[in-house]
Design a protein around this ligand. Structure first.
Ligand code: CTP
Length: 401
């Protein structure tokens, strides 16, 4: 999401550094617009480093680009943190004597303000009247919190903690999302079936596409349960921070099956993105197997098909989506394999992608054909795994009606 963060001249500006970091880590594109006074507390270099974007304060920079209008119109969310009494007064009056003021007038995105000031200033009738005006105009006011103030006294006036502010601000943007009110269960990653204490049967699934699907659903308003099998921390970081995502980590197919069956019991949509091992070792050795003792063959037994169980136990109105990574010579073969699997699995949708030694895994980009229950292509999605996730959700939501 394209987020503009306005920073005004209060000591709490140092906390906004953490807010910017959190949003950037969660994959958002953040542009910081400090007021001149804000830069007396935290300088341009810090804002540029944490946001990874250039920072300007003047309406006269990048005039050719009409920067204030560009920022305001591109913004999907504007957060003013800290919001001083002075800036709140200017916002209430529509004063635009700096880049932040102009940006705020140019935007139609949701605006969240996090007031920070001394209690006396917060409680002053002028500030309270300005807050009432802003609220009436649809501005979301988060805080201030009650607690110790910079001067040593205490009372309402502290800026809310940055991670809580990020949570509150993101909740504002997705409240009206097209998945709000829906419960979604997503599995991702690849299971590992132990052979002995040091070895396992595994696969190359990185969990990126499933994590992107979970984050996209949450950002579009869904309550998400993400079941992850062996997914790197970095891949899960955005999901872990999202307030509407519950994360369960699993290892084996049996654990994944139990977690997904529990999550599916209350879910409206179930997406089995995880690569589940089809087989496990018939006998688990509690000692490391040694080659001098001979390891000619490994006896395997078949794992239950988790997806088949979910389809069999499907609740009324529940949409079940399977994923299949297939090797195929061309698109026709990919579709044909996909259609056969779709019928065999009895799912509402099957997302198929072509994989090879050098395609499909661990990459940031993906191409997925979403087949509906009739085998027709509901969407042919390509791009970043997040873009693919959004395209899949749009098609699935459209089909659910
Ligand atoms: N799946 C599952 N449980 C299994 C195997 C697969 O739930 N034991 C799910 C996957 O999560 C995926 C779908 O089934 O959503 C398709 O997985 P895939 O491995 O392609 O299916 P298989 O039935 O194992 O077919 P293949 O013989 O091609 O491996």
């Amino acid at each position: 999401m394209f987020v503009v963060i306005g920073v005004t001249g209060g000591i709490a500006a140092y906390k906004t550094v953490q807010l910017v970091r959190t949003l950037v880590t969660n994959g958002h594109e953040v542009h910081v617009v400090p007021t001149g006074d804000a830069l007396r507390f935290v300088g341009t270099a810090t804002w540029e480093a944490v946001s990874r974007n250039p920072v300007t304060t003047s309406v006269h920079d990048d005039v050719a680009e009409v920067r204030h209008v560009a920022l305001g119109t591109r913004a999907e969310l504007v957060i003013v943190a800290p919001a001083t009494a002075n800036t709140l007064a200017k916002m209430a009056a529509g004063i635009a004597d700096n880049l932040l003021g102009v940006t705020l007038l140019a935007t139609t995105a949701p605006v969240v303000v996090a007031p920070a000031m001394h209690t006396a200033m917060w409680e002053h009738a002028a500030t309270q009247a300005n807050i009432a005006t802003l609220r009436a105009r649809g501005v979301h006011v988060v805080g201030p919190a009650d607690g110790a103030l910079t001067g040593g006294d205490s009372g309402p006036g502290r800026m809310v903690e940055p991670d809580d502010l990020a949570t509150a601000a993101l909740a504002v943007t997705s409240a009206g999302g097209d998945l709000s009110g829906l419960r979604v269960a997503v599995s991702t990653g690849g299971t590992r079936e132990p052979i002995d204490p040091v070895r396992f049967l595994g696969n190359r699934s990185s969990g990126r596409q499933g994590a992107a699907l979970a984050v996209a659903a949450a950002e579009r308003g869904a309550e998400v349960h993400l079941v992850a099998a062996h997914v790197d921390e970095g891949v899960l970081s955005a999901a872990q921070r999202h307030p509407r995502i519950t994360l369960t980590r699993v290892s084996t197919a049996a654990e994944l099956g139990a977690a997904m069956t529990a999550a599916a019991a209350t879910a409206d949509i179930v997406a089995m993105v995880a690569a589940v091992a089809d087989f496990r070792a018939a006998a688990l050795s509690h000692e490391k197997l040694r080659k001098e003792e001979g390891l000619a063959a490994l006896d395997l037994v078949e794992n239950p098909d988790v997806l088949a169980g979910l389809v069999a136990g499907r609740r009324a109105g529940q949409t079940v989506i399977g994923f299949a990574a297939e090797t195929a010579a061309d698109e026709a073969e990919l579709r044909e394999r996909g259609e056969r699997k779709l019928r065999r699995k009895g799912v509402d949708f099957l997302a198929v992608n072509r994989v090879a030694w050098d395609a499909g895994f661990e990459a940031d980009d993906n191409r997925v054909l979403l087949l509906d229950a009739q085998g027709a292509v509901a969407v042919d999605a390509a791009g970043s795994k997040r873009a693919v996730a959004d395209a899949l959700w749009s098609a699935i939501i459209a089909a659910r009606g």
